[in-house]
Design a protein around this ligand. Structure first.
Ligand code: ADP
Ligand code: MG
Length: 729
């Protein structure tokens, strides 16, 4: 009897929405109440310390020990006032999760009494026993130390009873062991490059920040139902299971009314987020049943990345309180939509201008076009690196699987801007005539409307789309840390802007061209050279795959293939030039990501083998025995005529044996391939073997298991079914 399955369904049917108490104060008042914001900090520390922190935020200046002590004292007083008893350095190691190790403020002083202690030293630097975090060989065991260092640009916060201090995580020799360090370096690089270019248009610009607004998609599955499936529990996705008769084909879930239990979860999640300073704004049903989305207002990229990592952690905690397992996996259910995390990205000046927003004047629009075209050129030059930045075993199930963007990187501009670029392609070589300039100003650059947010002109199939005042990198996976795509994007655009500046300056100085003319000339050449990356058509179509190949665009369908770009000489040179990562850090990351890929596929292979062998085959045999008994009984009754009464049963007995044989054989063969793969020394070849030799068995094994699911008595089937997981409320 399929006891666990039926119990889980019953438990789910009995659930009531958890009551959520809206706090007495409005959400706007609640906002960031558990964050040590600069305005809070003002009340808790001397002016000198406060100014030092503000300056560190704005200009990245260093904070000395005396000031650190003052900041720590302020933070402690504030946090203890919020009920905090512990503090932790909060960081993002390369595991994909966040890490924290709590220490109490409490400290005995030796005379039988104790004090609460937290000083500048503890604020600024910690030495977690870091030997168990992925390091890709950077730290040998004898030098297994790493340290965390305070990132004053992301404010501390109190979560529960713990003061959390956002930090970077680096080895003793200074190599980054986390996601944040390279991101901060990349943001510094693009700040410098973009500021220089922005100053062509406005001398008052002193800083350019990247902005990021992520959109988090996720599934909510009742925790009892999820726990009844070993694959959901261990791999976060269904490794087998026949699709439900009804999926998303009626399109009745997207933007539909939010189910009560899900809404209760969302409300509590939002309250937690707002308290933690995550400016969540939007919530809605997504395309697939039980799939939802949450989006905040965009923020400076480093902060937005921290907030997304924090969100993913908070989501699973709040989920547990509402008896939900939150699935962040990119493709938990084959056959229905997977989950992504669109990264909306732009650049903003300290004068308050969004550099990817068309302006009201031709001058503003020339600035807009400069950053717009340079971004397109950067994506063209480094498309493979962007593809690598979003590669993961999970995301492989999504990219190119006919719903998410394809694995081919291209840029969508929309009609209006495509036309503008087509016109700019024809500007004269050298200095422009006064007539041409007037024409450009009036009819091309001047005609870009300042609001391009036209929803009818959207292309949902593009991995990298311009959406009015920002680019939207849609291929990022739902469980990913946004730091990686943001690091790559910032670095490649930084590189591109530097080249642009050098070329424009050369024309101004060498050819005595006017600044605007020089800019037009360089942009014209970029438009010509990076045409191949522009695609306005249907990214899901087969024709695009063919067309993209003709254009020389890569289509890396799997992670092992895609990751190779990360260790190309081009990538190593690029990251070194911007001091984002040195070759040791790059190679370590490559190693870590390959290992992660291998382990994920290995774990899935094991789970699938176990379920197929321990759940599916015994159930199929039990049902087959019933059929055999039935046939035997018919024979007893009808004697030699029994055949005509037992025809179907006999066919089923045979069919079941066929599936059992195929499952057993394929599971055995898969295990053999795993053994062979495990013996391969080099991680890249091992990953290839897992991808091309081990993983292909998954589909075959699944196929036969799913066929059995359709045949076997529902009462006997031990695994909770798609329809039950997706539609039991
Ligand atoms: P959708 O893509 O679902 O239609 P939107 O286009 O409204 O939704 O995307 C909204 C997201 O874009 C939000 O997260 C928002 O904060 C973000 N966003 C808007 N402007 C910017 C910007 N200048 N920089 C970065 N993100 C932005
Ligand atoms: Mg979007």
């Amino acid at each position: 009897m399929a006891t666990i399955r039926f119990q889980a369904i019953q438990e789910t049917l009995n659930r009531k929405p958890v009551v959520v108490n809206e706090p007495a104060v409005r959400r706007s008042e609640l906002y960031a109440s558990n964050v040590f914001t600069t305005s809070t900090a003002k009340h808790y520390m001397p002016k000198e310390a406060y100014n030092a922190v503000v300056s560190a935020n704005l200009h990245g200046t260093k904070i000395d020990r005396k000031v650190a002590d003052q900041v720590a004292a302020g933070m402690k007083a504030w946090a203890m006032g919020k009920g905090a008893t512990h503090y932790t350095h909060w960081f993002q190691p390369l595991t994909g999760a966040t890490a924290e190790k709590h220490d109490a403020f409490f400290e005995p002083v030796g005379d039988g009494t104790a004090i609460d202690k937290f000083d500048g030293g503890q604020l600024v630097q910690q030495e977690p026993d870091a030997s168990s975090f992925p390091n890709g060989g950077i730290r040998n065991t004898f030098e297994a130390r790493g340290y965390t260092a305070w990132d004053p640009t992301s404010p501390a916060f109190v979560m529960g009873t713990t003061l959390c201090i956002p930090t970077v995580f680096v080895s003793y020799t200074g190599e980054a062991l986390d996601h944040k360090t390279p991101l901060l370096r990349a943001l510094q690089s693009i700040d410098a490059a973009a500021t220089e270019v922005a100053r062509y248009f406005d001398k008052n610009v002193n800083k350019v920040s990247c902005t990021l607004g992520w959109e988090q998609e996720y599934f909510l599955i009742d925790s009892a139902l999820a726990a009844s499936r070993p694959d959901l529990t261990l791999a976060g996705r269904m490794l087998l299971g026949h699709g439900a008769a009804k999926g998303q084909q009626l399109e009745d879930h997207y933007f539909g009314s939010i189910p009560d239990r899900a809404l209760a979860f969302m409300r509590e999640l939002e309250i937690e987020c707002i308290t933690l300073g995550i400016p969540v704004k939007t919530r809605h049903n997504e395309v697939a049943p039980n799939q939802f989305e949450l989006a905040p207002i965009f923020e400076e990229a480093n902060l937005a990345v921290d907030h997304n990592s924090l969100l993913m952690d908070v989501m699973s905690k709040v989920g547990a309180r509402h008896n939900f397992k939150v699935l962040l996996h990119e493709k938990p259910f084959a056959g229905i939509n997977g989950s992504g995390k669109h990264n909306n990205w732009s650049m903003a000046t300290d004068t308050g201008v969004n550099l990817l927003s068309p302006g009201k004047t031709p001058k503003n629009n020339l600035q807009f076009l400069t950053f717009f075209i340079n971004t397109i050129k950067a994506v063209y030059e480094y498309a493979d690196l962007l593809r690598a930045a979003i590669a993961s075993a999970n995301n492989d199930h999504r990219l190119g699987a006919n719903e998410a963007p394809p694995a081919i990187i291209s840029v969508f501009l929309g009609d209006q801007l495509s036309r503008v670029l087509d016109e700019l392609e024809n500007v004269s070589d050298g200095n422009l005539s006064p007539e041409e300039k007037t024409e450009l100003k009036l009819n091309v650059v001047g005609k870009i409307p300042d609001v391009l947010l036209d929803n009818t002109d959207r292309n949902r199939t593009s991995p990298f789309a311009f959406t009015g005042n920002k680019f939207e990198f849609r291929a990022v996976g739902s469980s990913a840390n946004c730091a990686k795509p943001m690091t790559v994007l910032s670095t490649i655009v930084s590189q591109q802007l530097r080249e642009f500046k050098a070329e424009v300056d050369a024309l101004i100085e060498g050819k005595k061209m006017k600044k605007d003319d020089a800019i037009f000339n360089v942009l014209r050449e970029y438009i010509k050279s990076c045409k191949a990356i522009r695609f306005e058509g249907d990214g899901y179509s087969d024709e695009w795959v063919v067309e993209a190949e003709k254009r020389g665009l890569n289509n890396f369908k799997t992670t092992p293939e895609a990751l190779k770009a990360q260790v190309s000489q081009k990538a190593i040179d690029l990251f070194a030039a911007h001091s984002v990562m040195n070759h040791v850090e790059i190679e370590a990351r490559y190693e870590i990501e390959l290992e992660e890929y291998i382990k994920k596929v290995q774990i899935e292979g094991r789970i699938l083998g176990d379920i197929a062998t321990n759940h599916v085959i015994p159930t199929a045999i039990a049902y087959q025995n019933t059929l055999i008994q039935n046939v035997q009984g018919l024979k007893d009754i009808f004697g030699k005529d029994f055949g005509q009464y037992a025809e179907q049963q006999l066919d089923m007995v045979k069919e079941i044996s066929g599936h059992i044989n195929s499952i057993k054989k394929n599971v055995d063969d898969m295990i053999e391939e795993r053994k062979k793969a495990n013996k391969i020394d080099h991680a890249d070849q091992r990953a290839d073997a897992y991808c091309n030799k081990v993983k292909p068995y998954f589909d075959t094994i699944r196929y036969h298991c799913d066929k059995l699911e359709l045949m076997v008595d529902d009462e006997l089937w031990p695994l909770t079914k798609y329809r039950e997981l997706l539609f039991t409320r």
